[in-house]
Design a protein around this ligand. Structure first.
Ligand code: 5GP
Ligand code: MN
Length: 338
């Protein structure tokens, strides 16, 4: 695939184009924030732009400006496919391989559009893209969108709306500035965003202080009834059956962050969350420090992600998935107890 440089991208964006922005399945605050930031920037540049996501995003992101216009592949497959097919340019944001956009993966791979990757996951599938803007050391794809707009010479186009989207991505992907952000640059970027008028305290409330009663009771149930701690491997996990979800009227986003709670225990290095979905057990993994959960996600659960935050799938039963996971722990004992 032909490689383009930044100057060529800048030139291509000088005249109106049809642009599709795509992001990963189970879109989170960074996926939606980075996509909407890029969307608003490209609209300002005079392009025709759409955002396409594999499945819906949690309600606590629906306050983001223009989020109501996002196309969901699960609901509008043909429309999403057409948008990808018609695009002159496809942006792939916050994911490292077309696998992560599920049903429209092949439309993206087969498209003749110019393909631009903006991402912060390890090992990007670079051969799929004409331009790769990727760094694993950056807090979020949203921060990379900010950097790229600046590098394209358009910092002056970053307005409050774009700034709010970028801020949301940084806050959510760093767990409110608690990981992936130990660098001056992220805070300088955040400083710029606050200068543009972002109300960080209000955004925090909009994202984190909007639980339903069901959601907070589900969290309590996870911690009191469904948490197992395996001290000798510095590991803890939470498991939820389909019946558990039903009992608490589960909605998308209700289990967001649940996996992080076990890590607040002293001495716990790895945390896992197993959720029984329709045809799959969805797994979230988190860790503290140097322990690489993405290796476990990739090797054993057909997934991947970041060193300290990754996910995967299992096609065994919930019980057998947990047995498989527990059997892996002795292999990692020395790294877990380091
Ligand atoms: P979560 O546990 O929130 O679903 O996912 C955490 C992070 O792991 C995501 O932001 C994403 O980077 C990564 N991730 C989750 N699931 C998968 C997967 O199935 N494949 C890959 N490659 N990455 C995943
Ligand atoms: Mn991200």
């Amino acid at each position: 695939m032909k490689t383009l440089n930044l100057t060529e991208i800048r030139d291509i964006l000088q005249t109106p184009k049809k642009i599709a922005i795509s992001t990963h399945v189970n879109p989170d605050g960074d996926a939606i924030g980075s996509s909407l930031a890029m969307y608003n920037y490209l609209i300002k540049k005079g392009h025709t732009v759409s955002i396409i996501v594999p499945n819906n995003f949690p309600d606590f992101l629906s306050w983001l400006p223009d989020s109501e216009g996002i196309f969901v592949i699960k609901d509008q497959y043909d429309k999403c496919n057409d948008l990808i097919k018609d695009a002159d340019i496809i942006f792939s944001i916050d994911y490292n391989s077309p696998e992560r956009v599920k049903e429209i993966k092949n439309s993206i791979i087969n498209s003749n559009a110019i393909k631009i990757l903006i991402d912060h996951h390890p090992d990007p599938d670079v051969k799929q893209f004409n331009f790769v803007y990727s760094s694993v050391l950056t807090s979020s794809a949203s921060e990379l969108v900010y950097d790229l707009i600046c590098k394209l010479g358009d910092k002056n186009l970053i307005d409050l709306k774009i700034a709010e989207c970028i801020y949301t991505g940084i806050v959510t992907d760093t767990g409110s500035f608690s990981y992936l952000c130990n660098n001056e640059k992220t805070y300088n970027t955040v400083g710029d965003l606050i200068k543009l008028g972002v109300d960080g305290e209000n955004i925090h409330r909009l994202i984190y202080d909007t639980f339903s009663e069901d959601r907070i009771r589900l969290l309590g149930y996870c911690l009191s009834e469904k948490l197992r701690i395996i001290d000798k491997y510095a590991t803890a996990y939470i498991y939820l059956s389909a019946a558990d979800l039903k009992k608490f009227n589960y909605k998308i986003g209700d289990t967001e962050n649940v996996v992080n709670y076990p890590l607040s225990m002293k001495g716990i290095v790895m945390s896992a969350l197993f959720i029984e979905r329709k045809d799959v057990i969805r797994i979230s993994l988190r860790s503290k420090g140097d322990f690489r959960v993405n290796e476990i996600a990739e090797k054993y659960f057909e997934g991947g992600g970041h060193k300290n935050a990754s996910g995967g799938d299992s096609y065994l039963s919930l019980e057998d998935t947990i047995i498989k996971f527990e059997k892996l722990l002795p292999k990692y004992k020395s790294e877990l107890l380091r």
